[in-house]
Design a protein around this ligand. Structure first.
Ligand code: NAP
Length: 289
């Protein structure tokens, strides 16, 4: 599927490495067809040593090498990277961005390219258990979509959406999701310590209960409410605990949190789009109409 395709990573931190690891573990591509670019020479050398990939600290060199250019820098440095690479990316290169909040329009205009894939991955991608939601511009070919799907499958599960607005929603659910789960696990662990368990045992109980419940829900054909009812005997301990969770508005708080994350994601996307337009001297869309 990748034949002689060459990949370049602009920014090779945690997520960049997770993708490289996944791709190589699945044997999708020869390491010498991958080039990593990072601002830190030590980081580049470390990745070269560990994975046998090519390396550079010059983003332009990496861009010239690539058929697929993976943008994996932090959102704060994206503007700088786009300006640095503008005019240096061939028109037929597929740009694959995992940068949170960065809109396709910002990237396409910033680099002067047409084929862009935007992905919202999440941190469990680091152990191949991620959830990535992605979309593509209409100029991305069927083969390029297959390649994107293969790359993302190496990180866990993937889901394609045909409208970019779902990316902001996915940011609030699966992208930010690990933060909700870890906070709940942390709170449950503290509650178990409050009862008298050692911190180690409390964490073991909570981790295995979370893992077991997730696997059970995934393998079962039952609705989540049915699974919850199976633990809730009349007048029992779960009923007592659930009463307190409902009384404390757990569902509403969760819903508000996800909505707030969604609004924030949209706002960050708008802000970075406006900033790039101003820098590039492009009038806002409303003014042009
Ligand atoms: N981690 C997540 O949960 C997650 C989830 C979804 C999406 N994402 C997105 O994935 C992207 C990468 O996140 P990450 O966690 O992998 O970040 P990270 O570990 O900080 O990786 C970014 C790398 O880019 C390097 N860099 C900085 N400026 C550069 C430049 N001008 N040119 C080339 N490289 C440069 C950084 O070096 P320094 O460390 O020296 O700055 C760092 O090694 C972000 O845009 C984030 O929004 C992350």
């Amino acid at each position: 599927m990748f034949a002689d395709t060459r990949l370049a990573f602009i920014g090779s931190g945690v997520m960049g490495e997770a993708i490289i690891k996944g791709i190589l573990a699945k044997g999708l591509i020869d390491p010498q067809r991958i080039i990593v670019s990072d601002i830190l020479p030590d980081r580049v050398q470390e990745l070269q040593r560990q994975y046998g990939v090519r390396g550079t600290t010059d983003n332009s060199e990496a861009a010239r090498f690539a058929d697929i250019l993976i943008l994996s820098v932090k959102p704060q440095v994206l503007g700088k990277v786009l300006r640095e690479l503008r005019g240096k990316v061939a028109e037929d290169v597929l740009v694959f961005s995992i940068v949170a909040g960065a809109r396709i329009r910002t990237i396409a205009r910033g680099l002067g390219v047409n084929a862009v894939i935007r992905v919202m991955p999440n941190t469990p991608a680091q152990i191949g258990a991620g959830m990535s939601v992605w979309t593509a511009t209409s100029t991305v070919s069927a083969r390029q979509k297959e390649q994107a799907q293969a790359i993302l499958s190496a990180l866990g599960e993937e889901a394609y959406v045909d409208e970019e607005r779902y990316l902001d929603m996915a940011t609030a659910v699966s992208g930010t999701g690990p933060a909700y789960i870890f906070l709940m696990m942390e709170a449950l662990t503290d509650a178990a310590v409050h009862l008298g368990f050692s911190r180690k045992m409390a964490l073991d109980l909570v981790t295995q209960t979370t893992l077991g419940s997730v696997l059970f829900a995934k393998q079962s054909s039952k609705h989540l409410a049915e699974l919850r009812n199976m633990v809730t005997s009349p007048g029992g301990t779960s009923a007592e605990a659930l009463y307190q969770l409902e009384k404390g508005s757990l569902r509403t708080v969760l819903s508000k949190a996800v909505w707030a994350a969604y609004q924030k994601s949209k706002l960050l996307g708008e802000m970075s789009e406006k900033e790039e337009d101003e820098i590039n001297g492009i009038a806002p869309l409303e003014e042009k109409l």
